[in-house]
Design a protein. Structure first.
Length: 102
């Protein structure tokens, strides 16, 4: 998966965020309804679903809630994974956006 160098998310996080958004849309939940079901604000759900550099990271508790709410498996949320667990696919970029190399 190609990913911009400036992203703060690993490719696996970007893939899961896209799957989360697609699941919400496929079930027909609005942003407000999806946020209510997850117990977060609408703004928090926007941050969860965004793949841009200002979104938030995912945690296990949130993924567990989504598994139950969307009646899906974690395998479906995560999709196919590279066999090489040392792959960049699993690495979160550590460079801070906007920082200079001084």
């Amino acid at each position: 998966m190609n990913q911009p160098q400036y992203s703060k998310f690993s490719p696996i996080t970007v893939a899961v965020k896209k799957n989360i958004r697609q699941l919400r849309l496929n079930t027909g939940y609005s942003m407000n309804e999806g946020a209510r079901l997850l117990g977060v604000s609408r703004k928090q759900l926007e941050d969860i679903e965004t793949i841009r550099n200002y979104g938030c990271h995912l945690d296990l508790e949130l993924l567990a809630k989504m598994k139950v709410i969307y009646k899906t498996s974690l395998d479906e949320l995560v999709s196919d994974l590279p066999e090489d667990y040392h792959s960049d696919y699993y690495q979160r970029p550590r460079k801070r956006v906007g920082s200079s190399n001084r």
